[in-house]
Design a protein around this ligand. Sequence first.
Ligand code: HEC
Length: 209
Amino acid sequence: MNYGPLLFLGILFTLAGSWFGLVLMPNRQLGDLQPHVNTNTAAIYPQPIPGEAAQGREVYRSLGCNYCHTQQVRPDGFGSDIQRGWGKRRSVARDYIYQKPVMLGSSRTGPDLTNIGERQPSYDWHFTHLYNPQTTSKGSIMPSYAYLFDVRKIGYGGASTNALKLSGDFSPGPGFEVVPKPEAVQLVEYLRSLKSSVELPEAPLPKAE
Ligand code: HEC
């Protein structure tokens, strides 16, 4: 018996079925997701991130921060992300509509950064941490990004206003100061822009007890 047509139909249906399930349906569900407009406050979420933060995103990407940090909060019951304070609600597809590429990350050597802008809004903290993670987080295995900073002699006008407040072993020595380069400023603007506590219909914030 000639099994040719049967084989052909089998392969055709398998491929068509996978295309339907893996390409067409997800695209119908998520392909035209729009930002959510809060009808009470007219606030729109998400929004494209502005200038320096957007440049900082490229710095984040180029330095491979996403090899150690995720940006996805798992729902309650699928891990303890929310209990750890990594986000107030789970991440959903709409959170990512302006991100190209989406940097979900795959390995959590460090904490999730989805909501780091709310968790840690301090410029000083981020700069000193990036300069040397040991300053703020003793024993941290995060690499130092000291090359995002200039170590320079303090000029006649006195220390720069943006010089890092470093003490002890971390201090660059008398007469010297450490100031962030533009890349460091951009990166910190990006980190501070990462905020995910806006309620969405598909991802409500937990009710206050
Ligand atoms: C080798 C893995 C590794 C890499 C690469 C890495 N980190 Fe980290 N990161 C960690 C670890 C571990 C911690 C937790 C200890 C600490 O605070 O330093 C951390 C903590 C952080 C925190 C504080 C998070 C919190 O919840 O307090 C921020 C912000 C951060 N990293 C940003 C970055 C940025 C930006 C980059 C890229 C320039 C980067 N990390 C690269 C491992 C890494």
